[in-house]
Design a protein around this ligand. Structure first.
Ligand SMILES: Nc1ncnc2c1ncn2[C@@H]1O[C@H](COP(=O)(O)OP(=O)(O)OP(=O)(O)O)[C@@H](O)[C@H]1O
Ligand SMILES: [Mg+2]
Length: 264
């Protein structure tokens, strides 16, 4: 996907300070506790994680190990019980809700396992909608959405609603939506989790291009070891920590609900 057609709209405002050369994400001594009626759960217990700009990090671990919780903290969709998360040098706790929203809008693209598309809107409208909500001119928003959908091989599906698309096509629309404002970083929570092997490969191919050609920072949760191994770094989440994982031998027995590694 060439950036030559990128539409530059500067709505960064207050979120532009502190970008510099700081890491994409920096989690410092991050804890997340959930209080239930009778007890509390310590999901993250003092995580330190630095994700450099342009780095691709995969988070793996058993169901319930805190992968989604960590991803949400990195994207300021949740607040830590203790500790601080920085995005491009800015500490989320020091930003207002509006500044955090602007930062998410301008610098982070979110991709979820279940796509989260609006069912009543077409592929084109789903991708253009956030840009329109940010005040883009309609022609610009449509042109950007079209460019992204074309680059993802969806030129024949612009007018289709989500229920008229395959799972892989829906995820490609969701990725186009995540990229509409050319964010530097992508946070993806099991982006291939609902897809078959072929559709998953297409999504992986897009991630690879975003990483290799455009230098996007990617933090991706996955249960697919073959996909995890494409990342620069794999972190295993367990016991409230995220530890580096190197080599197949290190994968612990009974590791979650992992499917067998798919042949490439
Ligand atoms: N809002 C919440 N309230 C209480 N407990 C929560 C909340 N959100 C998450 N948890 C608990 O925190 C733990 C980690 O959840 P999380 O969704 O991060 O796991 P995960 O590693 O993403 O799992 P999966 O692979 O199944 O998606 C789980 O035990 C979950 O029940
Ligand atoms: Mg999860």
């Amino acid at each position: 996907m060439p950036d030559s057609g990128r539409i530059h709209v500067d709505f960064r405002g207050a979120s532009s300070w502190g970008r510099g050369e700081a890491p994409a994400f920096d989690a410092r001594d991050v804890c997340r506790q959930f209080r239930l009626e009778r007890h509390t759960i310590d999901v993250l217990s003092g995580i330190n994680l630095t994700v450099q700009r342009g780095e691709w990090v995969a988070l793996v671990g058993r169901s319930g190990s805190g992968k989604t919780t960590l991803l949400q903290l990195l994207g300021s969709l949740d607040r830590p019980t203790r500790g601080e998360v920085f995005c491009h040098g800015r500490p989320y706790s020091k930003l207002s809700g509006k500044q955090r929203a602007m930062l998410r809008r301008d610098e982070i693209g979110f991709v979820f396992q279940s796509y989260h598309l609006f069912p009543e809107l077409s592929a084109m409208e789903n991708v253009a909608l956030p840009a329109l909500q940010w005040g883009w001119d309609r022609n610009m928003a449509v042109s950007r959405a079209r460019e992204l959908l074309f680059s993802f091989g969806l030129e024949e599906r612009l007018g289709h609603r989500p229920q008229e698309l395959s799972g892989g096509e829906q995820q490609r629309v969701a990725m186009a939506r995540a990229l509409v404002n050319s964010p530097d970083a992508i946070l993806a929570d099991e982006p291939t989790g609902n897809l078959d092997v072929a559709a998953g490969k297409e999504i992986v191919g897009i991630l690879q291009r975003l990483h290799a050609d455009q230098g996007k920072t990617i933090v991706m949760v996955t249960h697919d070891l073959a996909l995890a191994k494409l990342a620069d770094r794999v972190l295993l989440m367990q016991n409230g920590q995220a530890e580096p994982l190197e080599g197949d031998a290190a994968f612990p027995a009974g590791f979650g609900t992992l499917p067998p590694t798919q042949p490439s």
